[in-house]
Design a protein around this ligand. Structure first.
Ligand code: AMP
Length: 262
């Protein structure tokens, strides 16, 4: 797909569809930085470790294509059979970045992410591939996958786009009731308020306590981690970059977010 000899650059934005402003910000950035833009839309079954989540994942292809409009040159929306004519069997070891937090909470998830992103990047061979920092850990896993598989595409992290109420945009937000949508804004509020503390123990205590006070919230995990290694942080001063990673169930919907402390 990408013709290095032509000197034209290709930017790729892999998505699972049900597009929102977060996805569109990646597509616009790819458009600004490349000659051509390639968007993929594929709800990847092998990265879901929960059958109900896969079944209920929103699929809005016609609307997605309309939203993309002229901002991409190619939209690739294959069927499961096209991508996986036989079930994939690859088993990766992406190390620590894939075993902590989302890796621990969703067994097999990052292996499935590695399987699909590797295929997409090898098929399309973009110069640059754009990913959102909402899925911060995923970016670290994809970087590791590219290193192990010798994929030369440059991985470009893009900032989180939020709803006016602060909730990180997500395709899963469509499944929230109006009330849950408003309640879910507390995730970002609590993370922002936790910046008033400088001690790791105080931050974790505050976040866990505040999340526990919100009716309808169930905390999966809150973890302070080094922004480069993703290893747990207990002493803030010992790390150059520290982030907080959170996963909360709002009713039955699992939402993730993160915050940068330093
Ligand atoms: P998904 O369709 O959920 O697989 O997401 C496709 C890409 O869009 C991933 O790189 C996500 O990290 C990114 N993305 C999703 N939500 C947001 C957001 N609110 N802000 C920025 N990027 C996002």
């Amino acid at each position: 797909m990408c013709d290095a000899a032509s000197g034209r650059t290709l930017g790729m934005v892999p998505t699972m569809g049900a597009l929102h402003e977060g996805h569109l910000s990646l597509i616009r950035r790819a458009r600004a930085e490349n000659d051509s833009v390639y968007v993929s839309i594929f709800v990847n079954p092998v990265q879901f470790n929960n059958a109900e989540d896969l079944e209920k994942y929103p699929r809005t292809l016609d609307e997605d294509v309309r939203l993309i409009g002229d901002s991409a040159d190619y939209v690739f929306a294959p069927s499961v059979e096209e991508v996986f004519p036989v079930p994939p069997t690859e088993v990766y070891d992406f190390g620590t970045v894939a075993s902590v937090m989302e890796g621990a909470s969703r067994p097999g998830h990052f292996n499935g992410v590695g399987v699909i992103v590797r295929r997409l990047l090898e098929w399309v061979r973009p110069h640059k591939a754009y990913f959102g920092e909402k899925d911060y850990q995923q970016i670290a896993v994809i970087r590791e996958m590219c290193r192990q598989c010798r994929i030369l595409s440059e991985v470009i992290p893009c900032p989180i786009v939020r709803e006016p109420n602060g909730l990180a945009m997500s395709s899963r937000n469509r499944r929230l009731s109006r009330e849950e949508f408003e309640t879910a804004a507390n995730i970002h509020r609590i993370l922002e308020e936790s910046k008033q503390f400088s001690n790791a123990g105080e931050i974790s205590h505050f976040v866990e306590n505040e999340i526990g006070k919100v009716p309808g919230f169930k905390l999966d995990y809150f973890q302070l981690a080094d922004s480069a290694t993703l290893l747990p942080v207990t002493d803030m001063a010992a790390h150059e970059g520290v982030m907080g990673f959170i996963t909360v169930y709002v009713g039955s919907i699992r939402l993730i977010d993160n915050v940068c402390y330093r």
